[in-house]
Design a protein around this ligand. Structure first.
Ligand SMILES: *Cc1c(COP(=O)(O)O)cnc(C)c1O
Length: 229
């Protein structure tokens, strides 16, 4: 198998060509390397190849890696991308730079409460269920718009945009990415601070090029960098 460094370079080349064909600047897309189930040693290897942002999905696994001596002096930028239960919020909020998967009002409330307690400002994204698959987490479009005013008012948390996991079929995925972008546009119209709503976290190993065409600002790529899980 190719090395992690080579895989990361390949992804950057693909990001660049997708951006060029979409008429976008390659710098407008950030690569989040999804390291769930992979050891700290692989994170270190990717970091030394220039990768800074890493996504983790499971709280306990994340905390183990966060404290792993292998990553001492390795200033990783952590993104929490998994489903986050309210009772786990307090374990991660002072350790991550962005929480991607807030999927209910009650979790946002807990995030806000804990951020106030810790005197932190926490950036987050709302997870939207764009595919309609009941097995997937995420709010429905209408629910996002209906909750927006309450979300905007919650202290110490800043909504930065939206996140989704699309359907496996490419054509459907592309439509779902587009719907997420349109939803972000609708949110901007009702936001007191639309300039904060900049992020679309969408696209994974199998569909990030489509996501880039539809406006992704962050792509979450795991297996194409670290191999199969
Ligand atoms: C695992 C995971 C990814 C990465 O998936 P790959 O197909 O391995 O690139 C992206 N986003 C989320 C939310 C994930 O859980």
């Amino acid at each position: 198998m190719a090395s992690i460094a080579v895989n990361i370079q390949d992804i950057h080349d693909q990001i660049t060509s997708a951006c060029l064909s979409a008429g976008r600047e390659p710098e407008s897309v950030r690569l989040i390397a999804v390291s769930k189930t992979k050891p700290a040693s692989m994170i270190k290897e990717a970091f030394l190849a220039g990768q800074i942002a890493f996504g983790e999905s499971y709280v306990q696994e994340f905390l183990d890696k966060y404290q792993d001596p292998i990553l001492e002096k390795i200033p990783v930028e952590w993104h929490f991308i998994g489903h986050l239960q309210s009772n786990k919020v307090r374990f991660i909020i002072d350790k991550v730079s962005l929480v991607h998967g807030i999927d209910r009002l009650s979790t946002a409330e807990e995030l806000s409460k804990r951020s106030v307690q810790h005197n932190l400002q926490v950036d987050y994204l709302l997870e939207v269920n764009t595919s309609g698959e009941t097995s997937k987490y995420g709010m429905q479009h209408d629910e996002v718009l209906a909750s927006a005013e309450r979300l905007f008012r919650m202290p110490n948390i800043i909504l930065r945009g939206l996140m989704t996991i699309a359907s496996p079929e490419t054509a459907r995925a592309r439509q779902e990415f587009r719907n997420l972008r349109l939803l972000l546009e609708d949110l901007k119209k009702i936001s007191p601070d639309p300039l904060k709503l900049t992020e679309l976290s969408m696209g994974m190993s199998g569909d990030f090029e489509e996501a880039i065409h539809e406006g992704a600002t962050m792509i979450r790529v795991g297996s194409a960098i670290f191999g199969w899980r």
